[in-house]
Design a protein around this ligand. Structure first.
Ligand SMILES: *Cc1c(COP(=O)(O)O)cnc(C)c1O
Length: 383
């Protein structure tokens, strides 16, 4: 077990060096999830998507743990790629987001693969690589229906032609992204896939080698095997969470992160004495209330106030009153707890379980945002 000391605000040595609120991440579970994905996709390459601090699980730690088992690493922004290189990660890294002109040098300096979304940008990359007497590795980004970044599929040949003409650019890959592969009806995703297939036929028609083709996110890995192509790009599934309740669960993955805190205060609250800011809740009968040192300042959504629950001593109890920045209150009713007892915000204990889906429902969002919202004030502990 090790702890990411960089992000722990406590002085080293204090209370074991770990705050009373922390996230526990199972690297073994992440590896088993990746193995399960590999089984599903056979010989197809796997890019692990570790953007946004590896969906809250820790960018560097997750990448190091999985680099040897994967073929490519996907990040969203240049800085994430540089952080990985500075921490000794040698695997190929594709930056999935757009490129700014004056960032190109840095991509090349750190051997990061660029996403080229327009002819103009591609030519800029070619020019900078030429000036630095190096070759840039790029993946061409085709917009087949997301309307985000990427050249429209109906103009893609212009980007492909331009890439063929570049002297300092290696077109290693070509990719696209699904807008709604997580819907029960995969009809739109099939339309996007057909557009993408048509775009990549350019190479066969020209008798050119076909770059690595990839389009499948977690949802497409689960329900659209014909989209696996040369590489798949699992994100959320790697972390053991399904992209939506609508996709068939054709791969067995389990959550790798548990979010925990501890009881730090116990009190008995009388009726007529409202709890927390704004006095939004009060007890009808005398009740036992405990305080946990975690709040929206850690990324626990304030808008789940009064709907959330936690597990203490294998029982689920409701959160009451407004969630504060750094603390929140739990109504034990007639239940019991001691100061120092573990409280599970996300995870399981005994027969009880709280999932990222539960937290998402209470906060009116999706599991992706629950995980990426757990911020750096919460130390990560690796087991
Ligand atoms: C985030 C992202 C993924 C991973 O998506 P999941 O739904 O988490 O599997 C794949 N490809 C691109 C381009 C992304 O931005």
């Amino acid at each position: 077990m090790f702890v990411n000391e960089n992000i722990i605000p406590n002085a080293p040595g204090d209370s074991g060096g770990v705050r009373a609120t922390w996230a526990e991440i199972s690297l073994g579970r992440l590896k088993r999830n990746l193995d399960a994905i590999r089984q599903r996709v056979g010989k197809t390459r796997v890019m692990i998507v570790v953007k946004a601090n590896a969906y809250g699980h820790g960018l560097v730690e997750v990448s190091k743990a999985l680099a040897g088992k994967s073929d490519y690493i996907g990040v969203a922004v240049l800085e994430e790629g540089i952080t990985l290189r500075r921490n000794g990660v040698k695997a190929p890294i594709l930056v999935l987001g757009g490129v700014w002109g004056d960032q190109i040098q840095r991509y090349l300096q750190y051997d990061l693969t660029l996403t080229a979304s327009s002819v103009e940008r591609l030519e800029q990359i070619d020019k900078v690589a030429g000036e630095l007497k190096t070759r840039a590795k790029v993946h061409l980004k085709i917009d087949t229906g997301m309307e985000r970044i990427g050249i429209h599929y109906y103009n893609a040949h212009k980007l492909q032609e331009a890439a063929v003409g570049c002297r300092n650019v290696e077109t290693e890959g070509i990719y696209s992204h699904f807008a709604d592969a997580d819907a029960r009806d995969a009809g739109n995703a099939r339309v996007q896939l057909e557009r993408f297939n048509e775009v990549t036929r350019f190479y066969e028609r020209r008798g050119l080698p076909v770059p690595m083709r990839h389009i499948a996110n977690s949802a497409a890995i689960l329900q659209l095997p014909e989209s696996h192509m040369d590489m798949v790009r699992p994100g959320i599934m790697l972390y053991g969470v399904y992209p939506s309740p609508e996709v068939p669960r054709t791969v067995d993955v389990r959550p790798a992160l548990e979010w925990k805190s501890r009881v730090v205060y116990f009190k008995v609250v009388r009726p007529g004495h409202p709890v927390s800011y704004g006095g939004t809740w009060q007890a009808e009968h005398e009740t036992r209330v405990v305080t946990l040192p975690v709040g929206y300042g850690d990324g626990y959504f304030r808008r789940s106030s009064g709907r959330a629950a936690v597990i203490i001593r294998e029982k689920k109890y409701p959160q009451v009153g407004t969630i504060c920045m750094d603390q929140m209150m739990i109504n034990l009713g007639r239940g019991s707890a001691w100061n120092g007892d573990e409280a599970i915000l996300l995870g399981e204990s005994g027969g009880e379980r709280i999932t990222a889906e539960d937290l998402a429902e209470w906060a009116g969002t999706i599991p992706y945002e629950i995980l990426t919202n757990i911020n750096t004030r919460v130390p990560r502990v690796y087991v």
